[in-house]
Design a protein around this ligand. Sequence first.
Ligand code: C2E
Ligand code: MG
Ligand code: MG
Ligand code: MG
Length: 279
Amino acid sequence: TVKNGSNHNYVFYNESIRRHLWEEKNVEGQMHDALKNHEFLVYYQPKVELKTGRIGCSEALVRWQTSDGTIIPPDRFIPVFERNFMIHRLDQYVFEEVCRWLRHMLDEGKTALPVSVNVSRLQFYDPDFVKRYVEIRDKYHIPPQLLEIEFTESIVFDNTGFLLAIVKSLKANGFSCSIDDFGKGYSSLSLLKELPVDVLKIDSYFFLESNDHSRDLDLVRSIIELVHKFNIRTVAEGIEVPEQVEYLKKFECDYVQGYVFYRPMPQAKYEALLDEQSV
Ligand code: C2E
Ligand code: MG
Ligand code: MG
Ligand code: MG
């Protein structure tokens, strides 16, 4: 399979597969215990409202802190959880942690800003999904407007009618809904007309400096204008430089989530940040 006489590529490929399989086995072997032992942490990444320059809400992002203190990012274990049909347990764990924290904020009389959580598209096939999230929310008496559900548009291609039913049910139960990573895969603009979502998150893909960057920006501007007509708010994801913030302001994008303002951070740090903002 190697044409140029060197087998470097082959070896590299082989090694990376081996490492991958090893990692998958490791994750599989440890994920049950890790859930039991509360090794999953919720980080919060603020979304800055461009009109005011203030933190308006945040996204909950899971991290795995292993017993030796190593922090593992979600891309390394979420796919394994999905393949093993464990993802709903992880997502629910994260959702409950968020509810618990919001309850703590409310009890302390602190500013409780809305939090969005990610749900795997696999959860949408669980007939009890919405009911379970309502139960968890009610257990902590969280006002519905403080919680938002993020899902990726790829669900759409599995079954549009199905997706519509779930989103309607989430909405009927008071959750805000947002489409994550919009524009990354096969985006469907016509879908936006049907889906009663509140927020559209424009994928970082559009903000990479490419050859066609100015056309990307035209597209972003048009998407923002269009969805505003449907009363859908917009979040630009993965924004890293101030110049991007400037044009997003001009486009009247509602929120920016990106390293230019804040990275995802542990709960205590986010709480301190909110304390600072409210004085
Ligand atoms: P996502 O939902 O699209 O989350 C945004 C990701 O972009 C996060 O990566 C965030 O840290 C990263 N990000 C934000 N701003 C910037 C930036 O300016 N530059 C760059 N380079 N990256 C930025 P993270 O935390 O590693 O999460 C990756 C993905 O894992 C998430 O993408 C989401 O799809 C998934 N995920 C995270 N938490 C959960 C969860 O609780 N449940 C499920 N099902 N998926 C989750
Ligand atoms: Mg997300
Ligand atoms: Mg995203
Ligand atoms: Mg993403």
